[in-house]
Design a protein around this ligand. Structure first.
Ligand code: PXL
Length: 282
């Protein structure tokens, strides 16, 4: 598929800059660009590192910059073909992000929401129930909601489980749809040892892409996943194909990171960018 000018899309991604740590914007921007999208960014906060495994990090909240940035874009007539949100910096900011979606989306724009706030059954440091409640409201805007199991549990008030069956996963997805999400891509769904996968709920239909589980979990892979999914989707792939392309890419990134103990803080997404580009352009 060629990326001719009429399919050259502009995507805005809203998430933090963790200056060090290979996650959020430092991952999303290069991946989306590699996928062939014009990528615009709105940093939700600037941190010296991410919050998983480092201590004493700095945190500059950019919540109050958002309304003026939005107004300037409106004055300039700037509109986006897609808006993809990740880690947000405050509860108040979620309302501003919702306003940005309402006021700067081009006609037919696609909203992809990764409710990045939890893993392994726990909220990330700094997030609380108020944040979760605001994120539930933002889910209404999601054409595609891309949570992991932990986030799905917080959003739907279900107990977090590490062993579960299809009925549990259906309950989570039904809960997310009840919040207003149109389609759901639920990541990290593992029914059998040694395997994991992604459940794709699109237009009321379920599908599942299962693949090898290579590691117990690697930091930053959620951001790599959502970015690659957004990139492939916006380049015209079906939700299933985009979900598969993103899963295959994340597996490659984990393989490239596994052997290096010094790289515990994130996954190396760079070596396999070429494979992602080929998959998106196939
Ligand atoms: O990868 C999600 C993420 C993004 N941004 C920050 C984080 C995390 C996960 O811990 O701390 C700042």
């Amino acid at each position: 598929m060629s990326n001719s000018s009429n399919s050259y899309k502009k995507i805005l991604t809203i998430q933090d800059i963790s200056c060090f740590g290979q996650c959020s914007l430092t991952v999303a921007l290069p991946i989306l660009s590699a996928c062939g999208l014009e990528t615009c960014v709105l940093p939700s906060a600037v941190l010296s590192t991410h919050t998983a495994g480092f201590s004493g990090y700095t945190f500059r909240d950019l919540t109050e910059d958002m309304p003026a940035i939005k107004e300037h874009w409106k004055k300039e007539g700037i509109r986006f073909d897609a808006i993809y949100t990740g880690y947000l910096g405050s509860t108040k900011q979620i309302q501003y992000v919702s306003d940005i979606i309402d006021e700067t989306s081009a006609e037919g724009a696609v909203n992809i929401i990764d409710p990045a706030m939890a893993d392994n059954g726990k909220l990330y440091p700094g997030f609380d129930n108020e944040f979760v409640a605001a994120m539930k409201v933002l889910c209404k805007k999601a054409d595609y909601l891309v949570p992991n199991i932990s986030e799905a549990c917080f959003l739907t008030d279900n107990e977090y489980k590490t062993e579960y069956d299809r009925a549990y996963v259906d309950t989570l997805i039904e809960g997310l749809v009840a919040l207003g999400a149109k389609n759901v891509i639920l990541t990290g769904v593992s029914y059998v040892k040694g395997k994991t996968g992604v459940v794709i709920y699109e237009n009321g239909l379920y599908s599942y892409y299962e693949h090898e589980k290579i590691a117990q979990g690697c930091h930053g892979t959620g951001d790599i996943y959502s970015s690659a999914f957004a990139g492939a989707l916006l380049r015209g792939k079906s939700a299933y194909d985009a979900a598969k392309i993103a899963a295959d890419y994340v597996m490659e990134c984990i393989k490239d990171s596994q052997t290096e103990e010094n790289h515990w803080y994130g996954a190396k997404f760079e070596p396999s960018l070429g494979k992602l580009i080929s998959a998106v352009n196939a």
